[in-house]
Design a protein around this ligand. Structure first.
Ligand SMILES: [Zn+2]
Length: 245
């Protein structure tokens, strides 16, 4: 069975940034996992939560509902500080993500580019940097990976992609976006993607921003092939599992 792993920064990224491909590939029988690095407890929209811990608990439930709606069978939310992934210990986080990769054994890993995708959120960029390192660490007998791998052997995923876009939001434009090398038609999955985003009821004030981005993105999710086990000349792909089936 083919496996897809998405590594994200906040609860709702799985729907807003990867909802189309998660829905598409889970529907095709690909086993899908989402690893979210923060609890999203610093969100401006508080949903009446008394404190950060209460909001984190709400968002953890919303994240699980959204993942379930997208057909994701493995979802984990780690509790690194929302808004401060810069402050996390790089080797520790990358090592833990490498351990997760060894356990789940994905064929394809998707995450953010260092620019932080369409919102240029620094947490997105850091999630991408941790994952970029973890993708490599997981396949090698390095101390960073061994420390968090419970004795599991190295695992080399086939491909690593960053989600990317051809536009930026005016409020916080990305510095430089990764070139598009894969264009995935998610037309039949847009309704499910939107429904998954709406599971994040605490963040529904963000819905107009999400819908605006969705309108500009149209019916495609775009990716940049950042690393690949099989070295081939770069060409535009229409399937993240191109060459792996
Ligand atoms: Zn986010």
């Amino acid at each position: 069975m083919l496996k897809l792993l998405a590594v994200t920064a906040h609860p709702d990224d799985e729907a807003g940034c990867f909802g189309g491909v998660l829905s598409k590939y889970s529907g095709e029988g690909v086993e899908c996992a989402v690893l979210c690095l923060t609890g999203g407890e610093r969100a401006a929209n508080r949903a009446g939560a008394a404190d950060d811990a209460a909001l984190k608990a709400i968002r953890r439930r919303e994240f699980a509902d959204s993942c379930h709606h997208l057909g994701v069978t493995t979802c984990e939310l780690w509790e690194y500080a929302d808004g401060n992934l810069f402050g996390a210990d790089f080797a520790e986080v990358a090592g833990r993500v490498a351990g997760f990769i060894r356990r789940f054994q994905p064929n394809v890993v998707v995450t953010f580019g260092p620019e932080g995708f369409v919102t240029a959120h620094p947490d997105h960029g850091m999630a991408g940097l941790f994952t970029q390192a973890a993708f490599q660490f997981a396949a090698r007998s390095l101390p960073y990976a061994e420390r968090h791998s419970e004795g599991l052997p190295p695992w080399q995923a086939e491909k690593l992609y960053y989600c990317t876009t051809v536009f930026s939001l005016d409020v916080r434009p990305a510095v430089s976006l990764s070139p598009v090398t894969a264009c995935i038609d998610v037309t039949p999955f847009l309704r499910r993607k939107n429904e998954a985003f709406a599971k994040h009821t605490s963040q529904l004030p963000l819905l107009p921003i999400f819908e605006h981005a969705q309108e500009q993105a149209g019916s495609e999710e775009l990716f940049h092939l950042a690393a690949t086990r099989k070295i081939t000349p770069l060409r535009m792909e229409t399937d993240l599992f191109d060459g792996l089936r």
